[in-house]
Structure formats: C-alpha cells, structure tokens
Design a protein around this ligand. Structure first.
Ligand code: ADP
Length: 425
C-alpha cells in the first residue's frame, strides 16, 4: 500500500511541477505530453526488463529497480523461490519412494487401463524378467501364462494367482492385482516357492503316512477277526476287548481312507467326463437304504440333467452328505434328497430333520477334523474329514457347498454347480 501511495505521490508531484511550469510558460499541453511520454517510456522499459528477466528463467536475483516495479519483481521472485523449494521437496519424496520400492523384495508393476506397463521396480525386472525398455508394453505380451492372462482379464482380483516365474520355472510366484486411482492397477508378485514346497511336503507326508498305515492296519484287522473266530465267549473280558479293538481299527481305517482321499483330491489332476447324476443318486440311495436304514431316504429327481465331472469324487461327496444326514438325525425321520435346476445353477439338496447346526458351527464344519461339540457327536462314529472331502470335491467342480441350518430344526446341505457343467443325455 505504502508503495502505491509513494507511486501516486510521485505522479502527483510531477503533475504539479508540469502545471506550475506550464502556467508560467503557457506550454502546458506540450509539457503534459512530454510527462505522459516520459512515464510511458519508463514503464515500457520496465516491462521490457521484466519480460527479459522472466524469459531467462528469472533464476538470478532480480534487477535493481524502484517503486511498484521492485514490488512486482519481489513477489514473482518469492513465488518462484517457493515453487522451487516445493519442487525440490517433491522430487526428494519421489526419490525416496523410488528407492523404497526398488528395495522391496516383492515385484511391483504399475499397469494402466490398457494393461500397459507404466513403471516397474527392480524385483519386477529380476523375477518377472521385465526390462526398463518394456515401459509401455502390454503385460500379457510379456507374461504369457494362461492362468495369469485369465486372471488379468477376469477383473476379479480378490485371490492371488500362482504362476511360475518367467525367468526361472523353479520359482513360484503368487501374483495379485490391486486397483487404484482411475484405471490404474498395481501388480504385486511374491516369491512363494518355499511356502509351496512346504505345502507339497505336508501333502506328501500325509499321503505317505496314510498309505504306510494301511498295510499294518489290514494285518491287525485280520488277526482280530481270526481271534474273534476262535473266541467262544468264555471270557467276557476277551470278547469285549476284541470287539473294542475291532471298532477302533475300523475307525482308524476310515480315518486313513479319508486322509488318503483328501490327499488324492489335493494332488490328482482332473479327469472329467459326463456323469449321469440321476442314476448315481439312485445307486447311492439304494445302497444306503439297503445297508443302513430301510425307507428313510426320499429321493426327488426334478431334473434329468447330467453333470460334467468326476463320478467317483461326486459319489464320495454325495455319500458323505447322505451319510451325515442319516447319522445326525433321529432314526424315525426322513432324509430328503432333491436334484433340481434353477436359472443359475444345478442343485443337489440333502435335507434332514436332525438337531441342526449353530451359525458358529456352520462356518467351521468343513475344516479338517472339526466335529461339533464332542459330547453330542462322540457316540456317533466319524473322522471329522467328511465335509472337508465334500468341500474339496465341489471346489474341483467349480461348485459351492451352501449350508442352511437352524439349531433343533434340521439342516439342508446344498451343492450348487454352475450351469456351465450341465450336460444333456
Ligand atoms: P464326521 O466324520 O464327524 O461326520 P464331517 O466332516 O462329515 O465329519 O462333519 C463334521 C461335523 O459336522 C460332524 O461331526 C457333525 O457334528 C456336523 N454335521 C455334519 N453333517 C451334519 C448334519 N447333517 N446335521 C448336523 N450336524 C452335522
């Protein structure tokens, strides 16, 4: 403000001088014209200097001047200085971010909406084999595994996809994509080779142990049966002991069989074909009705659809569900089995009128060895592996196990197969 006052006062002073001289010399108009010319010239000169200073980057300190022009120079100089400082801070932050992402052990790649690489860190260059010059390239052209391309296209990035490293097939990578910003995605690839190896070792161990236990179990079972044949009932202790031993070996055999089946489901390659589900269900129901409790099973075939899958796996899953429904409901009640089709799925319902399950148990019953409250199930034989097997079989058929149950009112175990698995006769 002070600067403007001074500027106006200078102008008024000059104007007054022109008026006084003009009054005495009667040359008011030419003098006024000269004053205007002088002021215009001065400002033009300042504008020229100002433009030249800006043109050269305005980097050095501004030229010496006075009045409002000095103020103008000062403000522009200050704005430029602040911008420079902010730019420095920003580039320092970017550098730090770059350094930290370069140091990340996991590969990180930024992709745009067209799947083109915007940026990749050092680990991405090492484990994914990307080069600096690959910037702007489409990632499906560089990482060509079908599982990865399908994952990228699916836009469903909740679960990571496992693929071998393009530079070393002995390295397994878990690749996950995260959406951020507008159309941008961050691809993260983590080396899970050790984890996968441990998982494989665990699976192999369980499969081997179960397999090795089979032979001694069969031998022990054989001896128990022979001893039972010799037992003439003279010693109640011996008879009971042999009966208990037989019960326990049967239980152990079930356990070993279930463990082997689970290991098989985890490792075996899929060999799917068309399965006649109505006939399969009729067979399972007849077998169970004949060997267990006659007339308890009510089978309803509302669909004659066949399914693309593995017959033995499906047989084992359905038998487990039916077996559970019969086991965990009173003998006088009916177990309903229904095969039907809706707009979106092929469904198998196994409905019983047993005690049912609480919500907290529903979420856990498919875990291995989980048995609801030992008190209730201890009298009922079981391994706690049946529903884990069902879940695995359904997973291998892109299907889901839906459990609806109310405590005290029975349960409905529903297998929901996608329509893409539907086949006709
Ligand atoms: P199990 O060999 O014990 O039957 P499962 O994995 O088949 O093992 O089942 C796990 C647990 O789920 C069972 O122990 C039982 O408590 C509960 N369960 C399974 N099916 C039913 C059912 N139809 N009604 C009530 N409870 C059930």
């Amino acid at each position: 403000m002070v600067i403007w006052q001074r500027e106006i006062l200078t102008f008024l002073g000059l104007f007054l001088v022109v008026c006084v001289i003009g009054f005495f010399t009667k040359l008011f108009v030419p003098l006024f014209f000269l004053l205007t010319l002088f002021l215009l010239g001065r400002h033009l000169y300042q504008i020229h200097r100002f433009e030249k200073w800006l043109r050269t980057g305005g980097r050095s300190t501004y030229p010496k001047t006075t009045g409002v022009w000095e103020e103008l120079y000062y403000h522009v100089y200050r704005i430029k200085k602040n911008n420079k400082r902010r730019k420095k801070q920003l580039s320092k932050m970017v550098d730090q971010f770059r350094q930290s992402t370069e140091a990340l052990p996991d590969a990180a790649v930024v992709l745009n909406a067209s799947d083109e690489i915007e940026w990749a860190n050092k680990a991405a260059r090492e484990v994914l084999g990307l080069k600096r010059s690959d910037k702007g390239q489409r990632i499906p052209n560089l990482i060509r595994f079908p599982e990865f391309i399908q994952y990228l296209k699916s836009k469903q990035y909740d679960e990571p996809v496992t693929v071998p490293s393009p530079v070393n097939e002995n390295v397994t990578l878990a690749v996950r994509i995260i959406n951020y910003g507008v159309g941008l995605r961050l691809l993260l690839a983590q080396d899970v080779t050790q984890l996968k190896q441990m998982e494989r070792m665990r699976k192999d161990f369980v499969a081997n142990v179960s397999h090795e236990l089979r032979t001694p179990l069969t031998v022990i079972k054989g001896y128990i049966e022979t001893l039972q044949d010799f037992d003439e009932g003279d010693s109640p202790l011996l008879t009971t002991s042999l009966k208990n031993m037989q019960g326990q070996t049967d239980r152990m055999q079930h356990l070993v069989d279930d463990l082997l089946l689970l290991a098989h489901l985890e490792t075996k390659n899929k060999k799917h074909e068309v399965v006649n589900i109505p006939t399969l269900l009729k067979q399972i129901c007849n077998e169970n009705d004949a060997t267990l409790e006659l007339g308890r099973i009510q089978l309803t075939l509302d669909s004659d659809a066949y399914l693309f899958g593995e017959e033995n796996e499906l047989r084992s899953a359905f038998t487990n569900l039916l077996g559970n429904a019969l086991k965990y409901s009173p003998e006088e009640t009916t177990v309903k089995i229904r095969w039907h089709q809706t707009e979106n799925a092929l469904l198998l319902d196994v409905i019983d009128e047993g005690e049912g399950l609480s919500q907290s148990d529903i979420v856990r019953v498919t875990e291995r060895f989980y048995r609801v409250e030992a008190k209730r199930t201890k009298k009922i034989n079981g391994t706690g592996l049946g529903l884990a097997i069902v879940k695995h079989v359904l997973m291998r058929h892109d299907a889901q196990l839906i459990i609806r149950s109310e405590w005290g009112k029975g349960s409905c175990f529903q297998c929901a197969f996608p329509l893409k698995r539907l086949r006709r006769k």
